[in-house]
Design a protein around this ligand. Sequence first.
Ligand SMILES: C[S@@+](CC[C@H](N)C(=O)[O-])C[C@H]1O[C@@H](n2cnc3c(N)ncnc32)[C@H](O)[C@@H]1O
Length: 219
Amino acid sequence: MMGHSHTDHERSYLPAMGKDWLLPLYDPFIRLAGVGRVHGQLLDRADLRPGQRILEIGCGTGNLLRALGRRVPDVEAVGIDPDPAALRRARRKATRSRLPIRYERAFADELPLPDGGFDRVLSAFMLHHLAEEDRIPALREVGRVLRPGGELHVVDIDGTPSGHGPGRLHRNPRVMGSLPERVLAALADAGLTGVAENGRGRAWFGRYVFYRAEARQRG
Ligand SMILES: C[S@@+](CC[C@H](N)C(=O)[O-])C[C@H]1O[C@@H](n2cnc3c(N)ncnc32)[C@H](O)[C@@H]1O
C-alpha cells in the first residue's frame, strides 16, 4: 500500500504494507479498516457458486479467500502472491480454518496455471501494487487463465484527488496512479470484454472502486 519496492533475487514487488517488516500489522490493519466488509461486497458481485474454480491474484495473507471458503462450500480456490511471508500466513490461516485453499508463489503476469482453468478471478487492493508497465500483462494473464465467458472481479483504491487535499495514502505515486479511467482502459487493452465499473465505496483509508470484466469467447 505504501512505501518502497521489496527486492528479491529475481524480481521486485511492492508488499502488502509497503515494507516486509510491517507485514505482521497487515491483518490488524485490515480488521480495523473494515476491509472485510469490502471483501464481502466483492464476493457479492462475483456471483460465486459451489463447484467453481476461483483464483485470487495478489492474495496477501489470504483474507478474501478465507471469507470465500466460509461463504461458498465446495469451491476450488487458488491464491497467488509473490510474497512468501504473506503466503505462509495465508496457508496457516487456511489450515486453522480447515479450508482447502491452495496458495502458490507467483507474479500476476506469469501465472503457473493452465489456459481456461478458472470460472472467476478475483483481485482486492492489488492492482495499484503493480508497476504501470506490468498492469496490462497481468490482466492478459487473467484473460488466459479464465474460461471463455469467465469473469474477473476487482476492487481497488481510487486515487482520484478529493476536494480535501491528499491524505497520506494519496501521496503515494502508485495510489495516485490508481484512477478508474486508467483501470478501465487497461482491462479493455488487455483484451477483456464486458469491462465496466461495478460500484464505489468509502472507508477511512480512502475511496475504492469495483470493476468487472470477462474473458472473450474463443474461436
Ligand atoms: C494490499 S495487499 C492485498 C492483499 C489481499 N488481496 C487483501 O485484500 O487483503 C496487495 C498484495 O499484492 C501483492 N503483489 C504485489 N505485486 C504483485 C504482483 N506483481 N503479482 C501479484 N501480486 C502482487 C503484494 O505482495 C500484496 O500481498
